[in-house]
Design a binder for this molecule. Structure first.
Ligand SMILES: *[C@@H]1O[C@H](CO)[C@@H](O)[C@H](O)[C@H]1NC(C)=O
Ligand SMILES: *[C@@H]1O[C@H](CO)[C@@H](O)[C@H](O)[C@H]1NC(C)=O
Ligand SMILES: *[C@@H]1O[C@H](CO)[C@@H](O)[C@H](O)[C@H]1NC(C)=O
Ligand SMILES: *[C@@H]1O[C@H](CO)[C@@H](O)[C@H](O)[C@H]1NC(C)=O
Length: 168
């Protein structure tokens, strides 16, 4: 009876400890812009973006036909008028696969400069506020500093448990 209680208590203690020490989901979410359509004409990206929740630290993957399209970040005025002349940033690398990190909290505006912008190939990205939990928990450095500890701790717990169960 006493033995049973000890091991149950130990098991829940171990489970709690391991749960507490599991690293947070550190890297941001990756969004393939447009889903399986990618970045192309005839997709309403306003609609697509409205169905996503973007947080600071997430990533946008633009996948497209490099001969047909490109990806530029512009300001709000130039987004509204599809003006590609003074982009904030040109993300086009030439491979048809470009990545944008959502590393600033203000709204971002992306267009294709190849004419399809007028048909809707443009996207405003608005970041949501981080929910208080679980994504806002420990900072990147804190959790990556902790993760090397998990394995030894788990092994120690397993060893103690084994000792109690089989040798006491
Ligand atoms: C966007 O940039 C253009 C220059 O390309 C500038 O005339 C305009 O005022 C800017 N708009 C905003 C909202 O910053
Ligand atoms: C964007 O950069 C690519 C690759 O350097 C270049 O070929 C293209 O002309 C640039 N587009 C604009 C609109 O500046
Ligand atoms: C965000 O990332 C871009 C590169 O994609 C970089 O040029 C810029 O400095 C970064 N901004 C911040 C605030 O980290
Ligand atoms: C995309 O969808 C939004 C929301 O339904 C709509 O307001 C907008 O006019 C559409 N854009 C295009 C280019 O069809």
């Amino acid at each position: 009876m006493a033995m049973g209680r000890t091991s149950v208590a130990l098991a829940s203690c171990a489970a709690t400890l391991i749960l507490v020490m599991l690293p947070e989901h550190v890297s941001g979410k990756r969004f393939i812009v447009g889903g399986n359509m990618g970045w192309t004409s005839n997709v309403n990206y306003t609609l697509w973006a409205a169905n996503q929740t973007f947080y600071l630290g997430d990533w946008l993957y633009f996948m497209y036909d490099r001969n047909q399209n490109d990806i530029l970040e512009v300001n709000k005025t130039n987004y509204e008028t599809c003006n590609a002349e003074h982009p904030v940033h040109n993300y086009t690398t030439g491979a048809g696969r470009d990545v944008v990190e959502l590393n600033v909290t203000h709204d971002r505006y992306f267009i294709s400069s190849k004419g399809s912008c007028y048909g809707g190939m443009k996207m405003q990205v608005h970041l949501s506020k981080m929910p208080p939990s679980p994504r806002a928990a420990p900072s990147k450095s804190a959790s990556s500093a902790l993760s090397p500890l998990i394995f030894p701790v788990a092994v120690t717990i397993a060893a103690v448990w084994d000792l109690l169960l089989f040798h006491v």
